[in-house]
Design a protein around this ligand. Structure first.
Ligand code: RP5
Length: 166
């Protein structure tokens, strides 16, 4: 479990290390943009006290956005959102059964007042990009750098769209 000051503004957590092949996509895009993050396993069901502590202390430790992925009865993103004022992005991780629909429904149907920004099933790369956009919306030099970098990235998307027809 992470304890000291956060190593970057993004907390990337998941219910099991078996979620990493999916969640790694968020880590990859954060690295592409040069944004530091911490990654850890914080299971809502198997270590509930640590999970609550992680969410409750996230802001004071210096995190600014949390990406949380889980599969099956995926309560991690919603429970974290209930104990932190930070934005939480939920990633439904697909497991062997139900094609990830169970994870999606568990994450997306939050009660009013406790928002989780839910991405698509397995959509950890978009979770990383959304975290970057949240950071880019702030003030200061780093936010301005991220806005510029995001604009460049969007230009490459357009080029890729045309390249597919070649
Ligand atoms: C969930 O149970 C985890 O997020 C993971 O997606 C799933 C299976 O976990 P393991 O049995 O692989 O540890 O809580």
């Amino acid at each position: 479990m992470l304890d000291a000051k956060a190593v970057g503004p993004v907390g990337l957590v998941m219910g099991s290390d078996s979620d990493w092949p999916v969640m790694k996509q968020a880590a990859d895009v954060l690295r592409e943009f040069g944004v530091a993050f911490e990654a850890d396993v914080v299971s809502a069901h198997r270590m509930p006290h640590e999970m609550v502590d992680y969410g409750a202390r996230a802001a004071e430790r210096g995190l600014r956005v949390i990406i949380a992925g889980a599969g099956g009865a995926a309560h991690l993103p919603g429970m974290l959102a209930s104990v932190t004022p930070l934005p939480v992005i939920g990633v439904p991780v697909p497991l062997k059964y139900l094609d990830g629909m169970d994870s999606l429904m568990s994450i997306v149907q939050m009660p009013a007042g406790v928002p989780v920004a839910t991405v698509s099933i397995g959509g950890a790369r978009n979770a990383g990009l959304l975290a970057l956009r949240i950071l880019a919306a702030g003030s200061g030099d780093e936010a301005a750098r991220l806005r510029e970098r995001m604009t460049q990235f969007q230009t490459t998307l357009k080029e890729q769209a045309y390249a597919k027809g070649e």
